[in-house]
Design a protein around this ligand. Structure first.
Ligand code: CA
Length: 252
């Protein structure tokens, strides 16, 4: 299987900075590609301006670096991906400790490693991963926010969460504690599936159905552009980032 990939990030219409960061890693060596696949990462920095920008950029780069360097490490891609995110978290915490004069930096992070037909997703925070199949978007991640926790416990109606004052309040992120729980998900991919990663700047304005429609109607690059445009047309309250990976059957 090969992939059509598009990655797009945009400042949105209200923020002065873009605190989201995107990254991708494709090993050069065929043996390494077979073993580790390809990796896509989105992070959404918190802490404001420079701290948020630095946190998300470092988290993306360090996760890629740690995953790529994990060649000798035992375990499957999912375990190695979780270990890479944990290592990136420790490095962020260390950077915070080394620079107490700076604002403490934190970030969300969602990462997808695609190894053949295996999809491994790691998540901390409220960025998301979806698998779109047969015109429907299936959410593969859980938001680590105060309101998502309330919805899961039945204390808040799902519809009310979007307007709740604590909707962006994270219960888990990278950079604050040296130990972080990384959620992992595993799926088998079929030709025609589309993997979507995004920051909350997209899902604040755009529904799961609209994400499925966009990737159904367009190729990866046009779909990414259409989704960012839709978020901005609806207010663009936050930075918006999206990665779209279309899984194609034939080999090139
Ligand atoms: Ca955000």
């Amino acid at each position: 299987m090969y992939h059509q990939v598009a990655q797009r990030t945009n400042r949105g219409r209200r923020r002065r900075h873009n605190e989201d960061a995107l990254g991708a890693w494709t090993p050069r060596a065929a043996a390494e590609r077979t073993r580790s696949g390809v990796l896509y990462v989105i992070a959404d920095g918190v802490g404001g301006a420079a701290a948020g920008e630095l946190a998300s950029r470092c988290a993306v780069d360090w996760t890629i670096e740690e995953y790529g360097a994990a060649g000798d490490r035992a375990g499957g891609p999912g375990e190695r991906l979780a270990a890479a995110v944990e290592a990136a978290n420790r490095r962020l915490c260390q950077a915070n400790r080394d620079h107490p004069e700076r604002r403490e930096m934190g970030t969300t992070l969602v990462a997808a490693a695609i190894v053949g037909d295996e999809l491994h997703v790691a998540n901390v925070g409220d960025s998301r991963a979806y698998r779109v199949r047969g015109g429907a978007a299936e959410l593969l991640t859980q938001d680590h926010t105060v309101t998502a926790g309330m919805v899961r416990r039945g204390e808040l109606e799902p519809g009310a969460a979007a307007r709740h004052p604590l909707r962006s309040q994270l219960t888990r992120c990278l950079g604050l504690e040296p130990e972080v729980k990384v959620d992992l998900d595993y799926q088998r991919l079929l030709p025609g599936d589309v993997v979507v990663l995004c920051s909350d700047g997209l899902t604040r304005h755009v529904t799961d159905e609209e994400i499925a429609q966009a990737v159904g109607a367009h190729k990866a690059r046009a779909a990414a552009r259409a989704l960012v445009r839709l978020a901005n047309r609806r207010g663009g309250e936050d930075n918006v980032s999206v990665t779209i990976v279309q899984v194609c059957s034939a080999t090139r």
